[in-house]
Write a new protein. Sequence first.
Length: 337
Amino acid sequence: MATEDGVTGCLRCVSLTGPASGATIPRPLGRHTLTRHNHCAGEDVLVDTTTGARFPAAPTGSLLLSSVPLGWRGVIVESHRLPPRELSQHYVIGHGISVNTGAHPIPFGWNGRKGWRDGVINPGESHFLTQGELNTPRWLRTFDEISIVLQPWFVADVVGDGLPADRIEFATQRSVDDIVIARYAAAFHAELAAEIPKGPLYADTLTVGLVLHLLAHYGVAKPKAPAPRGKLNAFQLRTVVDFIDAHLSEDVSLMALARQAHVSPFHFARLFRRTVGIPPHQFVLRLRIERAIGLMKTRTLSLAHIAAESGFHDQPHFTRAFRAVTGTTPAVYPHRR
């Protein structure tokens, strides 16, 4: 969605305090619910400063993909194709990023303290506003964008210094050429469009990485995040693996795994990969496939039941993931053993 500076807006029905950090959430229905959304408006909403009314930043017909059905934590990511538009003054709740994913520069303006300012946002460039900023934007051509809205409670959890969510602010950026932001936007989009999504744990890893980049480069007060050293010790690794195994049918968050190891989410993702050799989301996928193979050997359960018990969204998701890892389908696999 675009706002005064092309930035995404607030979250619909999302508390600023957020859920308990790292809590597991019910598994969404799966990728088949995330196709094209041309018939509906986006989940990001803006608040008109004059009337207090909420309205969607991506109007009906402009939403292409959304992370909402996938249950990602701390972030809403949407792909939009916005018609030329001028918006009334509004504010956003959440730290919003808009990345121009089109092939052409978009003439873009905003009504700031010194009146209207006009410029362009080039392909790959971003607008970035901290939560609560007032916006009055206009863009003069169809605008293809990736909208990323970071929930303040999630950013505060990543900082981990006990700061309240409303104390963490970012410096506004307009048409910034930040290749790191562009790469995170591309990674989010690829996950949204993937036939076999890597899952919310992978989205957690992307979101934490993006937050750390933004804090380091645009944070008003920049908390230090020292580079992690070494690996997880044997006790930490066993605790984490046992926790994953006990919650394998759920979407366990990066925050929850980090708590098991008593390290920050930033440190955990890197230490885990150094220790195991693969990132957490790939490790979880392998454990799910192993559990599924074990259940298949009993030859008493349906594939749909095995998919649910192993933590997959549904049987088609299980089949696609199984083929990607083993090179064959669950229906054929037992007969090859």
